[in-house]
Design a binder for this molecule. Structure first.
Ligand code: ZN
Ligand code: ZN
Length: 857
């Protein structure tokens, strides 16, 4: 043995060898057709934006999905494990500006680079189903869906206030505005602009999207909560206040520092109604003013004849705009202006002044509220400031003498100062007042949502062209299906001027009207890229289909997705849009299910030195560097080992090195005994004893643990730790194994199972060692090991012994030892004896199989 070469684990060589073999077998990870007799399993990781390089967050996300996919293959499932590219979007245009590279070229070369990285990591994707959203064979179906939705009234166009990022030169969805700033440009204030926009009517599904959350129990509770809040359902009542005109009274109110313009009110206001939305109609007798949003249509009429009011309102509009741009309308300093006009409370005929207030939003509810200062903090603050009367109309239930200080809010009370409704409970009063309003046609029960329709127009180049045409004669005309796709022209000059770059391409803009044959113009806006990601996972099932978005039969087989894995930052954007899109497809008759994914898992972030990895912080760890130094197996396994998958992971290079050393030990151990293992291959292990029993027991315990984790707990960090423990135990018995104390079939079972357990986490090394042990087919097609519960059962267990609740010793006893014997064993333990020597044992608590606790004095 003197000439024996130093045994060294060399991931670079091993991984290169398997990379080459796997590349030569592209069908290796292909799913079987629906006729397969295996049960199906669709595991999906969120598709990346092709920025040009994977980051550690990607590596973590994909390592989780890949381990799961490999495990399911080994469990005998027909697995669909696809990957694609969310390839439209702004960075391609920015890159074009910066480097003078066309977006398409830039994007496709980034995709090629990232695909190489994924393949180098050994991720088990079926590239035959790859989806690239910026290619016409995909986005034509965005256009097709747009047209179907238009025909169903789910797409419409309207002028609206939009969030405009001056840096992106485009519209942002509300979801893309974070604290008044662009989600891509943290330093850029978002502005509000009025633009004609295309919208998807997601609000038509608001109630359904909300209700179904209760049934999504395979989704994280935090994601469901975020979606509930985003949808924001409020139950309440709409009530009409009637417009009342009395110039004298009006002048009186306006005495407070406001000049009357002099002209008499326009008769046009007579008979007008102000519809308010309130969640507390039971407090309506306490309403002492009505407040309008500065952009309420009635305000427009009122100020038309009132220059002073006009100027005041202009100020309020400006304040509100600034607060919205800062993303904090709730925190606005509340200002208002009395209009000098009055409204009549329909329940009691009381005249209350009409104000315009900067904190009332036109796009929430009806753009008008009633103000009840006694029972609402905000109204109270406003009333105090402007000397508006405060009238208590609720008495809390259960209170005898003392009244709480105003304002107070409670639903557990009875009405007072409310005429014929006095004495009713809040809940009863709400019902009663609603029915009175409905009967008298001045209001109704109403549910409103915070969720707004999805604005999908973008004034950008690198997106799906919207398939609509404007004809002077026919108005809006759909692009006929046989003219799809509307292809995004190449060689478009990207500038940062406003307006869509497509508008500057006459060959694109000028078309023949499909209806009348006359000259017409194409829509030049493109679609929000969230359209692309709303249904990409359906396309994976039928990625080459050029007649329809997918074959419904294939989708029926594969859906819902069994496990979706991605970042929690997509909880309210992508994950709500996808749920909406699935329902639209259901209503188009394409699918029969309601939800795209049965189970959702959101992995934690990868951080370094306590902060999210980012270029600006200079704490980025490149996956390429890690792979080059330690190998793909060690990098992936570390990403799973360093933290539970749902928690943040603090990247430590020492840790990767440690995992690499561990894999080296596995490699040495396995190669050392490979010949013995081959000898014992396929032979039954009968009645193991001694070291064989000890090691097999550990093996079966480890198998049971990891199998259970894959079934839903996903504590992959402890799975890897369990494999490490197993290897430690085998190594500790090295002398006995070397001396031949364990028969060859035991060695075979030990090493083969070890390799199988490792396969989902370190696929390259597992493939290498599987071959080394004489495995006949690919380890991917080998069966996942089964744990024998009889063998896994410990015959000696460890029992902690506590004194007054504090751990002092651990005793080893036979499994199944009874309480009396446990107590005796605990009291006989040296450290326990020393501590109770001078004291009295008052009580002994024994939980057989678990613990002994002594209470001493
Ligand atoms: Zn921006
Ligand atoms: Zn026409």
């Amino acid at each position: 043995m003197t000439e024996e070469k130093e045994q060294r684990y060399d991931p670079a060589t091993i991984e290169a060898k398997w990379h080459e073999r796997w590349s030569a077998d592209p069908a290796m990870y292909a799913a079987e057709p629906a006729s397969s007799r295996k049960p199906k399993y669709y595991v999906l990781e969120m598709l990346p934006y092709p920025s040009g390089a994977l980051h550690m967050g990607h590596v973590r996300n994909y390592s989780i999905g890949d381990a799961l996919a490999r495990h399911m293959w080994m469990r005998g499932y027909n697995v669909l494990h696809p990957m694609g590219w969310d390839a439209f979007g702004l960075p391609a245009e920015n890159a074009a500006l910066k480097n003078n590279t066309p977006p398409r070229e830039w994007t496709l070369s980034n995709i090629a680079a990232m695909k190489r990285q994924m393949q180098r990591l050994g991720l088990s994707y079926d590239w035959a189903t790859e989806v690239t959203t910026c290619l016409p064979d995909y986005y034509r179906w965005n256009q097709w869906f747009f047209l179907r939705m238009y025909e169903k009234g789910l797409v419409y166009r309207k002028k609206s206030k939009v969030n405009w990022c001056p840096e992106c030169c485009t519209v942002l969805a509300n979801e893309q505005v974070i604290d008044g700033r662009c989600w891509r440009h943290e330093d850029t204030q978002v502005e509000l602009r009025d633009l004609e926009q295309w919208f998807f009517r997601i609000t038509a599904y608001a109630q359904e999207l909300l209700d179904a959350l209760d049934k999504l129990d395979g989704w994280p509770e935090k994601v469901r909560t975020m979606q509930r809040n985003w949808i924001g359902r409020s139950e309440g009542t709409e009530v009409d206040f009637f417009l009342y005109e009395d110039v004298n009274e009006a002048s009186e109110v306006r005495g407070q520092g406001l000049e009357k313009a002099g002209s008499a009110p326009e008769p046009a206001f007579k008979g007008e109604r102000i519809r308010v939305f309130t969640t507390r109609v039971d407090t309506i007798f306490g309403a002492t003013s009505v407040q309008l949003a500065p952009e309420h249509p009635l305000v427009k009429k009122l100020k038309a004849s009132d220059a002073a009011l006009d100027a005041q309102v202009a100020k309020l509009i400006e304040e509100q705009k600034r607060a919205r741009e800062a993303g904090d309308v709730g925190g606005i300093e509340k200002h208002g202006v009395p209009t000098g006009h009055f409204a009549v409370n329909p329940y009691n005929g009381e005249h209350v002044p009409i104000w315009v207030a900067n904190y009332v939003l036109m796009d929430y509810g009806t753009g008008a509220i009633m103000s009840v200062p006694a029972h609402d903090e905000r109204d109270f603050e406003f009333a105090k400031k402007y000397g508006i009367p405060i009238k208590r109309v609720i008495a809390p239930a259960g209170l005898k003498a003392e009244e709480p200080e105003l304002p107070f809010t409670t639903e557990d009370g009875v009405l007072v100062n409310s005429g014929e409704y006095n004495g009713l409970s809040c809940a009863d009063a709400q019902k009663k007042l609603q029915s009175v309003a409905a009967r008298n046609a001045f209001g109704e029960a109403k549910v409103i949502f915070r969720l707004k329709d999805w604005g999908v127009s973008r004034q950008r180049y690198w997106g799906t062209p919207i398939p609509m045409i404007y004809c002077e004669r026919d108005g809006l005309v759909q692009v006929p299906d046989d003219q799809l796709p509307v292809v995004l022209p190449a060689n478009v000059e990207i500038t940062q001027q406003g307006g869509s770059p497509l508008g500057r391409v006459p060959e694109f803009v000028n078309v023949t009207c499909p209806k009348c044959g006359g000259p017409a113009r194409r829509e030049t806006d493109t679609m929000d890229t969230f359209v692309d990601s709303s249904w990409y996972f359906y396309r994976y099932t039928d990625a080459k289909n050029d007649r329809q978005p997918f074959d419904p039969a294939r989708v029926a087989y594969w859906f819902p997705i069994d496990q979706y894995i991605g970042g929690v930052e997509h909880a309210i954007l992508h994950l709500i849009y996808s749920r909406f899109w699935t329902r639209v497809m259901r209503d188009l008759g394409l699918v029969t299910h309601n939800e795209p994914a049965d189970r959702m898992f959101t992995q934690g972030m990868v951080i370094k030195d306590g902060a999210k990895m980012s270029k600006s912080k200079g704490n980025i760890v490149s996956p390429d560097d890690m792979v080059a130094q330690y190998g793909a197996d060690a990098t992936r396994m570390y990403a799973l080992f360093a933290a539970p998958p749902d928690r943040d992971l603090d990247w430590q290079e020492d840790g990767v090195a440690g995992v690499s050393r561990f894999l080296g030990r596995v490699w040495r151990l396995t190669t050392k005994y490979a010949a013995r293992a081959k000898e014992g291959r396929g032979q039954a292990v009968a009645h193991p004893t001694g070291v064989s029993l000890k090691l097999l027991r550990k093996l079966h315990q480890t198998t049971a643990k990891i199998t259970l984790d894959f079934e839903g707990r996903w504590h992959f960090n402890t799975c890897v730790a369990a494999i490490m423990e197993l290897v430690n135990e085998i190594q500790a018995a090295d002398a006995q194994l070397a001396a031949g104390e364990a028969p060859a079939p035991v060695i075979a079972e030990l090493l083969q199972t070890l390799v199988l357990l490792l396969a989902p986490f370190a696929p390259f090394l597992a493939a290498e060692l599987w071959e080394e042990l004489g495995g006949d087919a690919s380890v991917l097609r080998a069966s996942w090991p089964k744990s024998d519960p009889a063998l896994a059962k410990e015959d000696e267990i460890e029992i902690p012994v506590q004194i007054n609740g504090k751990l002092v010793a651990v005793i080893r006893v036979a499994a199944g030892t009874d309480a009396q014997a446990l107590e005796a064993a605990a009291l006989a333990e040296e450290r326990v004896r020393a501590r109770v020597a001078e004291k009295t044992v008052v009580k002994v608590i024994v939980v057989p199989g678990k613990l002994v606790n002594l209470v001493v004095k």
